[in-house]
Design a protein around this ligand. Sequence first.
Ligand SMILES: Nc1ncnc2c1ncn2[C@@H]1O[C@H](COP(=O)(O)OP(=O)(O)OP(=O)(O)O)[C@@H](O)[C@H]1O
Ligand SMILES: [Zn+2]
Ligand SMILES: [Zn+2]
Length: 802
Amino acid sequence: MIAEVIVDVPAKQTDRPFDYVIPQSLETVIQIGMRVVVPFGPRKIQGFVIGIKPHSTLNKLKEIIEPLDLTPVLSESLISLGNWLSEETLSYRISAYQAMLPAALKAKYQKKLLVPKENKPLLPQTLQSLFANQESIMWEEAKETGYLSLLQQEVTKGHIQIIYEVKDKIKKKKRLAIRSALSIEDLKTYQSTLTQRAQKQHDVINYFIEHNDWIFLTDLTATLQISNAVVKELVKKEVLEESEREIYRDPYANRYFKRTEPLQLTNEQQEAIDPIHDRIAKSMHEVFLLYGVTGSGKTEVYLQSIQKVLERGQEAICLVPEIALTPQMVHRFKGRFGNQVAVMHSGLSAGEKYDEWRKVQRGEVKVVVGARSAVFAPFENLGLIIIDEEHETSYKQEENPKYHSKDVAIKRGKQGSFPIILGSATPSLESFARAKKGVYTLLSLPKRMNNQDLPHVDIVDMREELRSGNRSMFSSSLLEKLQVRIERKQQTVLFLNKRGYSSFVMCRDCGYVVNCPNCDISLTYHRHQQQMKCHYCGFEDHVPTVCPECQSDHIRYFGTGTQKVEEELHKVLPEARVIRMDVDTTSKKGSHERLLNEFQKGHADILLGTQMIAKGLDFPNITLVGVLSADTMLHLPDFRSSEKTFQLLTQVSGRAGRHQLPGEVVIQTYSPEHYSIQLAAEQNYDQFYEREMMIRKGLKYSPFYFITLITVSHEQLMKALDVTEKITTFLTSRLTKSAVCLGPVASPIPRINNRYRYQCLIKYKREPELNQSLKQILDQYQQEVTSTSLKISVDVNPFILM
Ligand SMILES: Nc1ncnc2c1ncn2[C@@H]1O[C@H](COP(=O)(O)OP(=O)(O)OP(=O)(O)O)[C@@H](O)[C@H]1O
Ligand SMILES: [Zn+2]
Ligand SMILES: [Zn+2]
C-alpha cells in the first residue's frame, strides 16, 4: 500500500502530498491522520498521512520508517478543514494541520505507553509480560518489540494510554498520588473503629468514600488542610495506597461544581431559542446572530441549545474570549453539564492542554469551552458551535495560519450541517451587516433579565474637572458616588482602560520622550521594577535621572497604572477595601479566581482592574461602575478604534445593576463629544451602527470592502521599500478597477527590532484573482525569504494594522 504524506517542511515545493510505501510490517498499523517518520532527501522528517491508496504512478518510492501515533491525531474531516484553512490563509498545509493540534504533539515532547494497574489483567499475555514490572514503557522501546499492531489494538480499546511528557521535566511530572485501598464498605467499617478525636483521619476517609480515584498527595493535603503524616499513617495501615503517577492533569478536577437545572426561559429567550432548536433537530446549517443586551440571558440560551445537542447524542463547542474565560463562566458550564465538559485555554500547561484534547478525542467529554483554538476540538459528531462575544478581536490568530475562529466555525458548520450561534451585546459591524442582509439570522434579546433599565450613565469631562481645580484622577462626581456605595455596603467596579495606552517616560521641561533604540515606539515604564521596557523587542533600560536632551531633572513617567490608582484610592477613601486585578496580581496560577471569590464574598468594596474585569462578571451587589479613562483607544491608528471603544464601554457598563439593585455608571473622558462615547453611554447600539457604517462606507473599509494587508520588513530600509513597491505595482496591474491599493507606505510602527517595515493595504469588493496573485508573490520571494532576512506577511482581513 501507498501512503500520501504531507511532510514537515514548510516551503512551496513541499506543500503537496508525497507518496511513500507502507512496509508490510506496518500495513495494519498506518491509518489516515497519523503522523509518521519518513526519509526526505538525506534527512528523516515528520509528516501526516492524508491518504492511503493501492498504487502510485511513481517508481522507486521510499518506505515509511515508522509511525508516530497508534491512533490518528487528525480525522478526515479535520484534514479537509486543514486544507481549506491553508487555502484561505495562504499558509502551508503542514502549518494548518499543526495549528489544529495541541503543542504537546510537537517534537520536544517524548512519548510513553502507560497501562494503569487496573488494566493490566485485560491485556493479552505477550503484552502483560512487557508491562510486568513497570506501568509504562518508552515509545522507542515499544517500537523495538515488534508488537506495534498489538499495542495499537489495546490503545484503541482504551487499555493502554499514550502520554506525552516534556523531555526535561519528566521527573517533576511524576508525583506521589493516593487512593483508597479498600472498598467503600471497608472504608466505612474502618472509620467506625476510629475515635472521635481522630478528626483528620475521619476527613480523609470521608473524602475517599466520596472519591474513588487517584489524587495527588499535595492536592489532598491542601484540600483537607491536613499534614502528610495523617495520610502516610493511613498508607501504613493499608487503608490507602500510594503510587508515583501521571494523572490526568485536569485543573478543575477535585473541584465541586454546584449542579444547576435549566431555568424556565422567558418569552424572549424562548423565541430566540426556537429556531436554533429547530435547526439542531433538522441537522441544518444556519448562522444565528444572537444580539442581546448585557444581562439579557444569552448564556442560558447557549446552555439550553447545548442541552438539545447532547440529547441527540451530538457534541458542542462554546468559544469564549480568553479574557472572559473566567472561573464564573466555567462554573456555569460545569454546573450544568458536569464532567462532560472540557476546558481549553492558554492558562493550562502543555500537558494539561493535551489531556483536555485527549478527553475530546476519546469521546470522554461532549462539550468544550475554550478560547480561539478550541474551534479545532476533534469532535466527530458536532451539533453546534457557539461563539460568545463574537465581536472580540482575540478570535483572530495573528501568526500563521492567520485564521479567524468565526470563519473556521462556519466552515465546520457547513461541512457537518449544523447551526452556529454568534452572540454579543455589541456585535461586530461585519456580523450585524450580514444579519441585516439576511446572510445570518438575527435573534434579539432586547431586555435585561431583571426587567430593569440598563444602568444610568454619566459622562464626566475631565478637562472641566481640571479647569475647576481638581487634579486628581477621580472626578468629584465619581468620588461622591464611591462614598455612597461604601456607606450602603454596595460594590463598585473601577475600570482602567490600558489598551493603546501605556506609561511612558517624558521630560516635563522639553517634552523629550524616551524611545526604544531598536523600534520606533516609546518605552513602557514598569513601576515595580523601576525599569523601562520595549513591548516589541524586549529592550530594557533604567529610567534616566536627567533628561538626555536638556539635562533637566524633571524627567519622569506619565500615565496611570492600576497601582497608582490604588494608592490614590487609599488617599481619598482610606476606609475603602480594594482588590486590584491586573497582570501583576494575577500572574500566579489560581489567583484570578481567588481574587474574584473574595470580591464576590464581599471582602472588598472596590474591584479595580484592566480589560480582564470588563467581561463576564455577574455579581448582584455591583451597583456602580467607574471608567477612569474612556478614550485611550480612540487615538490608535486603527479604523476599528471607535468600534472597540464603543464595545468596551458598553461591556463594562453592563456589569452594573444586573440583579435587584439598580446600577449607575460614570465614564471619565477627555473627549466627551465623541460619538462612540456618547452612544455607549446611551447603550444605543443601533445608532452607533448606522453612524459607524456611514464612516466606513466613506473610507472604503470593512464591512463595505474586504481588506488585505501586506507587510514587508528588512534590516535595510531601501530593500523593504523596494520590495513593497514592486509588490504594489504587481498587484495594481492584477486587480480590477474597483479595488484600491494603498502603498508602499511606512507601517504605523515603522521599525521593530531594527527591521524597517513597509506595507501595502488593499481594499476590494470582489477579486477572484487576488488569492492567486498573492500566492504568486509569496512564491516569487520564497527563495529570498528563506535565504536572507526579508520577511513578507500577508494578512487577509487583518485586525491589527500596526
Ligand atoms: N430564564 C431565566 N430565568 C431566570 N434567570 C435567568 C434566566 N436566564 C438568565 N437568567 C439570569 O440572568 C442573569 C443574566 O444572564 P446572563 O449572564 O446569561 O446574561 P448575558 O446576556 O450572557 O450577559 P452578558 O453578555 O452581560 O455576560 C444571570 O444571573 C442569569 O442566571
Ligand atoms: Zn528635557
Ligand atoms: Zn524595541
